[in-house]
Ligand binder design. Structure first.
Ligand SMILES: [Zn+2]
Length: 423
């Protein structure tokens, strides 16, 4: 199996099974309901873990929660810890409802402070970092290869933040002295403060795996400065760190006003509530993980239609059409999920298709249960009420259908609705 690596800029072969394959995928900063963009690295990590295990690997996924950050302080002045805790719960709920299972370990930055301080002390002792005014900065001049991941020359880099305390503008903070308005802080040899974002991830990854692991994942927007700096710190500590860097492409909106169509902006929660988790997952699968992906009403509708063609296979008699090796070829080659979907669309063998859908958390598509006659009757009456523009009656009938354990979804094809068993 091979995967594209940002550092080498080429496809890299994984070691043969059982590996191990240890994966660290950067998680969210928790201060609001998570954006659908956060679902992409989450789902990619979960699918990859499932597939690797299926291929005989000993695969582990660590996905961190960044619960110390300027965004959290800004969003909840005086109550940042409570917000971070609440938003962590939301994230676990929302990603849990994607139905893909959960990562093996979900470390929080607030729980790794002693190890973070110890790592910063080592960097100061070895001359890679310096204290200034209660802050500690990493000195990029001490790393001859700095810029290796994002392939930038130091002099062309945009400094992350400007500070007169820095020796060079590209130096970055490992520790930040407490500022007015920040309501959480921890003790350190440099006074009260909190860790910088990049050192959190270096330390949490190495706490889970030790000084080397196979795959580091995250969004393409993390290459610089976040991952560039993680790598610089860990190399300075004498560690090999990640062997393959996987960066997923960003989700785009193509000018579509998602807030209107989803009613809830483009949050993971909103997509699950308004479209169902299967539609959201199918849309994520439809794009190659490295490329940008348009996540809007049109592409969500296309994914819903794709799912319907899978359901239709289960509504028809099973035929021995399909070859598992084709799926393996697609996924083993840089985890090409759009190609995997194309292969699966050619299959008519129920058992084979059910297994493949199960890899992606979509086994529910195979359960095409017919609604009982009384529920179909309610749905018919609702359709008539809608045609007569009697929307209050239509809403009442929708509630009755819901109370009977079914959900009515409006679709373009006749009869204009589909009845789905509530999970
Ligand atoms: Zn990170």
């Amino acid at each position: 199996m091979r995967l594209y690596d940002t550092l080498s800029r080429r496809l890299e072969e994984l070691p043969s099974p059982p590996g191990p394959i240890r994966m660290y995928f950067c998680g969210p900063t928790v201060y609001q309901r998570a954006h659908i963009g956060n679902a992409r690295p989450f789902a990619l990590g979960m699918w990859l873990r499932t597939w690797l295990r299926h291929r005989g690997y000993d695969a582990t996924l660590v996905h961190n929660i960044t619960d110390i950050n300027d965004k959290i302080y800004d969003a909840a002045p005086g109550a940042s810890a409570e917000l971070a805790e609440r938003a962590t719960r939301w994230y676990l709920e929302d990603t849990g409802d994607l139905g893909l299972g959960m990562p093996d370990v979900l470390p929080k930055a607030t729980e790794a402070i002693p190890s973070i301080v110890a790592s910063i002390e080592k960097l100061v002792d070895s001359g890679h970092a310096y204290e200034a005014g209660g802050d500690v900065y990493f000195s990029v001049a001490t790393d001859a290869g700095y810029g290796r991941l994002s392939r930038q020359k130091v002099e062309h880099m945009e400094p992350e933040e400007v500070s007169p305390l820095k020796r060079a503008p590209q130096d970055f903070a490992l520790w930040k002295a407490t500022k007015p308005g920040e309501d959480t802080s921890w003790g350190s040899p440099w006074g009260k403060g909190r860790p910088g974002w990049h050192i959190e991830c270096s330390v949490m990854a190495e706490e889970a795996f030790g000084p080397v692991f196979e795959i580091h994942g995250g969004g393409l927007d993390l290459v610089f400065p976040h991952h560039e700096n993680e790598l610089a710190q860990s190399l300075a500590l004498g560690h090999e760190f990640a062997r393959i860097w996987m960066h997923n492409g960003m989700l785009t909106r193509a000018g579509e006003k998602m807030s209107k169509s989803l009613g809830n902006d483009m949050t993971i929660r909103g997509v699950i509530d308004d479209w169902g988790r299967e539609v959201g997952l199918t849309l994520l699968l439809s794009g190659q993980w490295r490329k940008p992906l348009d996540f809007n009403r049109d592409t969500l509708e296309q994914s819903a239609a794709q799912l319907e063609t899978f359901r239709n296979v289960f509504r028809s008699p099973s035929e021995p059409v399909g070859d598992w090796a084709e799926l393996e070829a697609a996924l083993d080659d840089d985890f090409n999920t759009p190609q995997a979907l194309a292969v699966m669309h050619g299959w008519r063998d129920h058992e084979l298709l059910r297994r493949a859908l199960g890899i992606f958390g979509l086994e529910s598509i195979a359960h095409v249960e017919e609604a009982p006659a009384e529920v179909v009757d309610l749905a018919e009456r609702r359709r008539e009420a809608r045609e007569a523009k009697d929307f209050s009656a239509a809403d009442r009938l929708r509630d009755e259908i819901g109370a009977a354990g079914w959900e009515v979804r409006d679709v373009a094809e006749p009869p204009g609705y589909r009845l789905v068993r509530r999970s």
